[in-house]
Write a protein that binds this ligand. Structure first.
Ligand code: HEC
Length: 147
């Protein structure tokens, strides 16, 4: 009586494995293409000038005519309130000063999903997710530096 019990198992396992492969293929690809985090984007696009800690001491900062801003002081210099709208505009390039030695604009950070962000005026404004995440990350850099 051993044979009949072994048989279904022999068929059942490959069937199960096959089903799981099929299921995995049906899952949304969202995770595979999800946006980088604010920390990732900061490391990739900002740290070279503003430094890992945000203090304006990145690898190329010393060679720049115009010093990268110390991002950890933004809230303190703004009466204790982090100027999130100003920061996001700056990244976006909206308030870009002549480009030469200055900070570039980052069009890539404006692509992809949108989220609603209230920058303090009580209005939830559709904002690119990566821009919003970077705004939060830069704000957190200042909080970390004060500790
Ligand atoms: C090529 C070097 C360089 C890179 C890369 C760079 N910045 Fe800057 N950034 C500067 C310089 C120089 C200034 C100061 C002059 C100016 O305001 O244009 C500045 C100014 C700023 C300000 C203005 C602060 C204020 O007073 O309002 C913010 C915010 C800022 N950077 C954030 C970022 C973020 C976030 C990134 C990454 C997406 C980034 N920067 C990438 C060089 C850079």
């Amino acid at each position: 009586m051993r044979q009949p019990r072994a048989l279904p198992l022999a068929f059942g396992l490959p069937l199960c494995a096959g089903l799981m492969v099929a299921l995995a293929a049906c899952l949304p690809l969202k995770d595979a293409v999800s946006a980088p985090s604010g920390a990732d984007d900061y490391a990739d696009f900002c740290a070279v000038c503003h430094g890992v800690s945000g203090k304006g001491d990145g690898a190329v900062a010393a060679d720049m005519g115009l010093k990268p801003t110390d991002l950890t002081m933004l809230a303190a210099q703004n009466g204790g309130t982090f100027p999130k709208a100003r920061v996001m505009s700056k990244i976006w390039g909206y308030t870009k000063t002549p480009p030469s030695a200055n900070m570039p604009a980052f069009a890539a950070l404006l692509e992809g999903d949108m989220v609603l962000v209230d920058t303090g005026d009580g209005i939830a404004t559709p904002t690119p997710l990566r821009l919003a995440q970077l705004g939060d990350y830069v704000e957190a850099l200042g909080v970390k530096a004060r500790k």
